[in-house]
Design a protein around this ligand. Structure first.
Ligand code: AQP
Length: 322
């Protein structure tokens, strides 16, 4: 199964990234799967060069620490494969201004970024190209990426219609539980790398103490009944979903076991800490060997370019270039 997905190195990964996407990647990795640190996307918001340089390496290490195996699938940096930037331009001349203006992620981020960059507006096109370059069938992502995936599908179909059959049209694969992990302090907003409050996100690299503090301070409600209800009890439902996702059981069966919020929070803390401990440990080991990581990334980029190159050439020729 040809799979592609990516994450931007815009900060430490949180539980949403892990449960919504990365854990699915690990489960579905195969020799035909491509997992990418989409570092060009991280330039859409202000970021210091030294911070980006550090964060992209850390994200690559996090992928491996979570269980991606570069001996099985292709793991690489987007900016190492120039076809991503090249196809972006071709697709910018296929996607319309109006379509991009409807993207909710853009509206949310632009509202918070003073004098936002053109790239913040156009990055869904770059993302569409990331996916189309690999003749992708499935894109494992969290729920927040559905709209961008639809844009990608529309762009592929329009291109094929206008210039002849060129791209495979991909589909999103979203997990059944925890597809949208919410901020622990503002549970009507998704947990985010760049926009969350300090206690709102649990990061994969958080210490056990930090995790316990964040879970115990998570916003719930006052009716005291342990049952899932996204509308009326978003905070509690979020905790139940995180629990169910880590445990691999239905949300209702977790809720049935508890009568008190405090007990649920205590057990959830323990579950999150024990589930993330091996990832934290492996992450530190990997970061201690940067040359090894660089070697793996170079191999990944060569393998990715071998697939992306012919697809880019095909698209360029279809448009009358080359
Ligand atoms: N809260 C979430 N719940 C479930 N899945 C989520 N994802 C992101 N937030 C949640 C999924 O993780 C992957 C990360 O993609 P990205 O790096 O492009 O980041 P993003 O979707 O823009 O959101 P982030 O991680 O919070 O970063 P910032 O704050 O920088 O925008 C995707 O598969 C996404 O669906």
């Amino acid at each position: 199964m040809r799979i592609f997905s990516g994450m931007q190195p815009s900060g430490d990964l949180h539980l949403g990234n892990y449960l919504g996407a990365l854990r699915q990647w690990v489960a579905s990795q195969n020799p035909d799967a491509f997992y990418c640190v989409v570092d060009l996307h991280a330039l859409t918001l202000p970021i210091e060069p030294a911070t980006l340089a550090r964060q992209r390496t850390e994200l690559f290490a996090t992928f491996l620490a979570a269980g991606l195996d570069p001996e099985v699938s292709t793991v690489f940096f987007q900016s190492d494969v120039a076809y991503h930037a090249q196809l972006n331009w071709l697709l910018e001349c296929v996607v319309s201004f109006g379509e991009l203006g409807r993207m909710t992620a853009f509206k949310e981020k632009a509202a918070r970024a003073e004098g936002y960059r053109v790239g913040l507006f156009t990055y869904p096109v770059l993302m569409a190209g990331d996916i189309l370059l690999y003749e992708t069938e499935e894109v494992p992502v969290g729920d927040d990426q559905r709209q961008h995936l639809e844009l990608c599908r529309d762009a592929a179909q329009r291109f094929n219609h206008r210039y002849g059959e060129t791209f495979r049209v991909p589909r999103a694969v979203v997990p059944p539980v925890a597809a949208r992990v919410m901020d622990l302090q503002e549970p009507t907003r998704k947990m985010s790398k760049s926009l969350s409050s300090p206690l709102g996100s649990i990061f994969l690299v958080d210490s056990p103490e930090a995790i316990a503090r964040k879970v115990s301070r998570a916003v719930t409600d006052t009716d005291g009944e342990v049952r899932p209800d996204r509308e009326r009890k978003p905070g509690l439902t979020n905790l139940l979903e995180i629990f169910a996702s880590f445990e691999g059981s239905p949300v209702e069966s977790v809720a049935e076991r508890y009568t008190r919020y405090g007990d649920l929070k205590r057990d959830l803390s323990e579950l999150v800490v024990s589930s993330l401990a091996p990832i934290r440990e492996r992450y530190s080991e990997l970061l201690a060997a940067p040359e090894h990581l660089a070697g793996l990334a170079a191999r990944g980029a060569a393998a990715a370019a071998a697939v992306a190159g012919p697809v880019y050439q095909r698209a360029a020729r279809a448009m009358g270039l080359g």
